[in-house]
Design a protein around this ligand. Structure first.
Ligand code: GUN
Length: 285
């Protein structure tokens, strides 16, 4: 039976570290840390995410600035706001909640965010830095996954690492981070032919394919570390991951639950990135 990786506990530890450092910076340097969160339109899931981000800011001692814009906001208006935030010294990090309404070009908006304030690490400059291993910010979800793997004490060096999913936000950067930690990395996706076989070779399996209970116990190597990035709904509408937890926990050595695994890590790593941004902008890092 697998050991459950407790994402809530690990994320609480990350937020605690951030809160301590934030308080120290305030006391010793008079430095305040601020995150701007921009939401456009009325997507209910985005509203929940943004509220959670604001709450996390409060918990670690950051200022948060919310900009809620109407659904019919033009791209130009949004770009104008981003430019204002790029110049606002109170704002160390800028997060534009995605998805944006269809009439706005997400790439144009991401490209407009100053790379120094791009705490999502979505800007091409930051994506490129990840490729060459010289990054300031890591994208929040892959960074959270790395922290969860570290919490197991399993050394990635020399291990067979399999990532299922090739998105720009999770799959691709995930593979890069595992590679930097000396893993032997395979990226699988919806067109991979011998998926089960590849998965069975994985010492570390990260699943981010967006299909409910896609990975089952018979695809998992005995004792593997299994990280489930999915946020799906099962046949009964219940929240579940990309991994069939019930069968997978019988094979895995360590496994993340959904909810309570990767989910809480993303916001914790966002807080960490925002703190890093503030320190860099103050010339402290
Ligand atoms: N929408 C869903 N996840 C994310 C995220 O990590 N960052 C942003 N900006 N939008 C999101």
């Amino acid at each position: 039976m697998a050991q459950i990786i407790d994402g809530k506990a690990v994320s609480a530890a990350v937020k605690e570290e951030v809160a301590k450092e934030t308080s120290r910076l305030k006391d010793e340097k008079g430095l305040k840390v601020g995150l701007a969160v921009v939401i456009v339109g009325n997507n209910p899931a985005s509203r929940v995410y943004v509220n959670n981000k604001k709450k996390a800011c409060e918990a670690v001692g950051f200022q948060s600035f919310e900009y809620a814009m109407d659904e019919d906001t033009t791209q130009e208006q949004l770009l104008d706001l981003v430019n204002v935030l790029n110049r606002d010294a109170r704002v160390n990090g800028i997060l534009v909640q995605l998805p944006l309404p269809a009439h706005i070009d997400e790439k144009a908006v991401i490209n407009a965010i100053s790379p120094e304030k791009d705490v999502d690490a979505f800007h091409p400059v930051n994506v490129g830095k990840i490729m060459i291993g010289e990054y300031a910010f890591l994208p929040c979800t892959p960074a959270g996954v790395m922290r969860l793997i570290a919490s197991t004490g399993v050394d990635i060096t020399g291990k067979q690492c399999v990532v299922i999913g090739r998105s720009n936000i999770v799959g691709k950067p995930m593979a890069m981070l595992l590679l930097q930690q000396n893993g032997t990395v395979t990226i699988c996706h919806s067109k991979t032919k011998n998926l089960k076989e590849v998965c069975l070779g994985a010492d570390i399996l990260v699943v981010a394919i967006g299909r409910a209970k896609f990975v089952t116990g018979d695809m998992i190597k005995e004792g593997a570390v299994v990280i489930d990035v999915g946020m799906d709904r099962d046949e009964e509408g219940k929240l579940c991951g990309d991994v069939d937890f019930e069968s997978a926990e019988k094979k895995a050595g360590y496994i993340t639950p959904v909810p309570g695994g990767v989910g809480p890590m993303t916001i914790a790593m966002l807080m960490k990135n925002t703190l890093t941004a503030a320190k860099q902008q103050a010339g402290l890092e």
